[in-house]
Structures are given as C-alpha cells and as structure tokens.
Design a protein around this ligand. Structure first.
Ligand code: UP5
Ligand code: MG
Length: 192
C-alpha cells in the first residue's frame, strides 16, 4: 500500500490511437511519469534471465493480454522506483479484472483518459509505423488480432468507468497537435 494517495490516470484507447504520443506531451507540460504497460512488457521480454520472456513474446504477437500478475508487478515496481507521485498508466488495464485488481492492491485511479478513433485510421498509423518500428505486432495479422482483443475485452473497461462518470473522452482523428490541444484543455482544468 506504499502508493496510496498517489495520482494515477489510466490512458486507454485502441492500438495505434496515439496513447504514447500524447503521454509524452503530458510528461513535458504537467510533470507526470509515463508508464506504458506495453513498453514495460517489451523490456521485461528482453531482460536476460526473465522467466516471462517467451510468454510475453507469444502474447504480444497474438495480440493477447499477458496475465495481470506480470503486468501489475512491472507497473507497481516502476511506480515505486520512480519516487514520484503522478502517473500516466498507458495501455492498462486491458481487462476488467485487471482494473479491479490494480485499484484494490496498488491505488485507485483518478479517471481514465480515453482516446477514440476509427479503426481504419489506427490501421494506417500502425502500418506506417511498422515500416520502421521493429515491433513484432506491427503487421496486418497481429494488428487485426489487437483490434479484436481491444473491442471484445478492453473496451468494456472504458464502458465501466464511463458508467461511473470517470472517463474523459478525446477524439484522435486529427493531427497530434490538434489532439493535444484537447487533452491539454482537460488537464489544465484539473492540474493547474
Ligand atoms: N500518431 C500518433 N498520433 C497521431 C496523430 N494524431 N495523427 C497521425 N499519426 C499519429 O502512435 C502510433 C503511431 O501513430 C506512431 O507512429 C505515431 O507517430 C502516430 P502511438 O503514440 O505509438 O500510439 P499508441 O496508442 O501508444 O499505440 P500502441 O501501438 O503502443 O498501442 P497498443 O495499445 O496496441 O500497444 P501497447 O504497447 O500498449 O501493447 C502492446 C501489446 O502488449 C498488447 O497487444 C498486449 O499483447 C500486450 N499488453 C498486455 O498484455 N497487457 C498490458 O497491460 C499492456 C500491453
Ligand atoms: Mg504505445
């Protein structure tokens, strides 16, 4: 319970919607620590001696959700190690049980920042990024699986928080700058 009282914002949205891009802006302007669950899993996958390397690799390629014990431990450890108190948790929770478990055992979230965008726009962004990203899941087969997992399993998390009035939704079809203007509008009211 070392993290009780810290500020946590969940940043959710489909694959390639721009979560990482917008979180970088918020780090610069509002002093948040940005923790991408996907980035942490990719780092753990590469760590020599990790017992989860193979598990993470196959789950990411298949667009499946890694068991929450692994992801929550990575997030909690990073939060503690940072010594900071404001966190953007990017790309997590992706499943309802993960949301409840994290809020119960780590810290409750302030709200969810939800990025919304049509699938064909996200597809274009990911295919373009795939030309240079080296990410094992930036190919058409994996992307389709990621979209499906998002719609079937992760979107219900957003719907749950929306029902209890804890979601700020931002449309992400426009340029990164235009999207950030909207995000900044929300954060200015809450954190300045
Ligand atoms: N771009 C960004 N914004 C743009 C804009 N407004 N206009 C035009 N282009 C824009 O952006 C994607 C690309 O689009 C970039 O090239 C960017 O320049 C451009 P980015 O900011 O990277 O989008 P993001 O939403 O972060 O996309 P990402 O691919 O990271 O999202 P995913 O949710 O798919 O990936 P993540 O890394 O979170 O997860 C990967 C996998 O890890 C999951 O599929 C899953 O298998 C596993 N995972 C878990 O199991 N559990 C977890 O808790 C988290 C992940
Ligand atoms: Mg990302």
């Amino acid at each position: 319970k070392a993290l009780q009282g810290k500020t946590v914002i969940f940043v959710l949205g489909g694959p390639g919607v721009g979560k990482g891009t917008q979180c970088a802006n918020l780090v610069r302007d509002f002093g948040f620590v940005h923790l991408s669950a996907g980035d942490l899993l990719r780092i753990e996958q590469e760590r020599p001696g990790s017992q989860y390397g193979e598990l993470i690799k196959t789950h990411i390629k298949e667009g499946k959700i890694v068991p929450m014990e692994v992801t929550i431990a990575l997030l909690e450890n990073s939060m503690l190690a940072s010594g900071q108190s404001r966190f953007l948790i990017d790309g997590f929770p992706r499943k309802m049980d993960q949301a409840l478990k994290f809020e119960e055992t780590v810290v409750p979230s302030e709200f969810t920042l939800y990025f919304e965008c049509p699938e064909e726009v996200m597809l274009k962004r990911l295919m373009k990024r795939g030309e240079t990203s080296g990410r094992a899941d930036d190919n058409i087969e994996s992307i389709k699986k990621r979209f499906r997992t998002f719609t079937e399993t992760s979107l219900p998390v957003v719907e749950y928080y929306n029902k209890i009035g804890k979601v700020h939704t931002v449309s992400c079809e426009d340029s990164p700058e235009a999207v950030y203007a909207r995000v900044k509008g929300i954060f200015n009211k809450l954190f300045n």
